[in-house]
Design a protein around this ligand. Structure first.
Ligand SMILES: *[C@@H]1O[C@H](CO)[C@@H](O)[C@H](O)[C@H]1NC(C)=O
Ligand SMILES: *[C@@H]1O[C@H](CO)[C@@H](O)[C@H](O)[C@H]1NC(C)=O
Ligand SMILES: *[C@@H]1O[C@H](CO)[C@@H](O)[C@H](O)[C@H]1NC(C)=O
Ligand SMILES: *[C@@H]1O[C@H](CO)[C@@H](O)[C@H](O)[C@H]1NC(C)=O
Ligand SMILES: *[C@@H]1O[C@H](CO)[C@@H](O)[C@H](O)[C@H]1NC(C)=O
Ligand SMILES: *[C@@H]1O[C@H](CO)[C@@H](O)[C@H](O)[C@H]1NC(C)=O
Length: 378
């Protein structure tokens, strides 16, 4: 007699397992997304912040030519990686935080082009940059999130954790701008390498602050892409490293610069492991931004890339179709006819086709540890 309810419960559990794993059944989705980072995922903050103080070109055509049909502040011909992620969860495009959107309940994007992990005062004080930086580093973006938090959930600290328990946080990519400023200041490879642990510690402590103070339960931490393959850095650094063949790998990327990115990724992945051990209730995902881009660079034809993989789609002249004095968005600078045949969009950022491939690799695998869709704890 007492067996009946047990069996009944067992049957219920089995049937729910079967139905949730059967094809076509709706899976659980994150209810919102909050993203921090730099130009790779900016959806409009840089234009709002920079346009009043410096000339800006990413708000001009042909930016947005493939998807939106107009510039949106994204640094691509179409969607950014986080746009594909939001779509997978049935969420709208994330508004840029500085646009003061009236609806932030399903997420906001705090990422700004040019953002560093380390606070901007560091680069200015140490004369690493010959100009004033926008104050948009990781800690500033965290501050923006914390300022906005009351309008997202009107609760006490404790239940605010519940408010964000079904939200997905993305912290990164960070580091590319920190390292680029060092490289442009003629720092040697070993000097840049020595700076990596400080950058990684800063990212890891931001992730920890989101978990401990803000109640984040799912955090994606992307690493750096192979920036030694970017047309802009290839062009800018070429005259400074009077090109010994050994400076370039077999594709033609800058070996030393990519070594920095790989070192960063190895330390960041290890730091994520450390955070997981310390905060077992949180799901912390390391997202590999290096391997998927490298895959395309090494096997372009498999991805429909028929151009020279190191040339920008939108740019002018030189070995990499990139010139600092005539960049994409300036009058007279044209884009290629088919951006999806290219890896790089504007000399620094990727085409929408690459962004989609990276996003899918993070969502479904194999480029995230663990893949985001397998990581959600309802
Ligand atoms: C999650 O979002 C996807 C994509 O929009 C949708 O197909 C699916 O039905 C959603 N699942 C739930 C449980 O709402
Ligand atoms: C957003 O709101 C702030 C504070 O009220 C204001 O200073 C800023 O100009 C607004 N930005 C935009 C893009 O409307
Ligand atoms: C950047 O902004 C933060 C917070 O708004 C402030 O504490 C910091 O002093 C600013 N840094 C610089 C270099 O202006
Ligand atoms: C939270 O409270 C403030 C002030 O009372 C209100 O303006 C805002 O709309 C509320 N937000 C939500 C998400 O309920
Ligand atoms: C870096 O080196 C290049 C080439 O030697 C030189 O032209 C440039 O002024 C240097 N930049 C800085 C910031 O020292
Ligand atoms: C870069 O563009 C500027 C402005 O159009 C031009 O004067 C210069 O010659 C170009 N440099 C190269 C290397 O093509």
């Amino acid at each position: 007699m007492a067996l009946t309810p047990v069996i009944f419960l067992l049957a219920l559990c089995l049937s729910s397992v079967v139905s949730s794993s059967s094809a076509g059944s709706p899976r659980l989705n994150f209810t919102s997304m909050f993203t921090l980072g730099d130009s790779y995922i900016d959806t409009g903050n840089f234009v709002i912040m920079a346009a009043p103080v410096i000339p800006v070109w990413i708000d001009k055509p042909p930016y947005g030519m493939t998807f939106f049909g107009r510039p949106t502040g994204r640094t691509s011909d179409g969607r950014a990686i986080i746009d594909f992620m939001a779509k997978a969860f049935g969420l709208p495009f994330l508004p840029a935080s500085l646009a003061n959107s009236s609806d932030v309940s399903r997420g906001v994007n705090f990422a700004v082009g040019g953002a560093t992990a380390i606070d901007v005062g560091f680069f200015e004080r140490n004369k690493l940059v010959p100009f004033k930086l926008l104050n948009n580093s990781l800690d500033v973006q965290l501050g923006w999130f914390e300022d906005l938090r009351p309008s997202i959930c009107n609760t006490t600290e404790r239940s605010c954790g519940e408010c964000f328990s079904k939200s997905l946080f993305v912290v990164g990519e960070f580091g590319v701008n920190d390292y680029t400023f060092h490289l442009m200041a003629n720092k040697t490879k070993s000097q840049v390498m020595a700076f990596v642990p400080k950058v990684v510690r800063t990212i890891a402590s931001a992730v920890e602050r989101l978990i401990v103070r803000d109640g984040a339960a799912h955090v994606v931490v992307p690493g750096n892409p192979p920036i030694g393959c970017s047309p802009a850095l290839l062009t800018l650094l070429r005259p400074r490293s009077p090109s010994a063949a050994a400076d370039y790998d077999r594709i033609g990327c800058l070996r030393g610069v990519n070594d920095v990115a790989r070192h960063h990724n190895a330390l960041l992945h290890a730091a994520v492991g450390g955070l997981r051990a310390k905060h077992p209730k949180a799901t912390i995902i390391f997202a590999d931004f290096y391997t998927p881009v490298r895959q395309i660079l090494e096997n372009p034809s498999q991805f429909g890339v028929v151009s020279d993989v190191l040339k920008a789609c939108c740019g002018t002249g030189g070995a990499y179709n990139w010139n600092a004095s005539a960049v994409c968005g300036m009058p007279g600078v044209a884009a290629c006819a088919n951006p999806s045949a290219y890896v790089n969009w504007d000399g620094v950022h990727f085409t929408e086709a690459v962004n989609r491939y990276v996003a899918e690799g993070w969502l479904y695998g194999p480029y995230a540890d663990p893949p985001i869709l397998k990581a959600m704890r309802p």
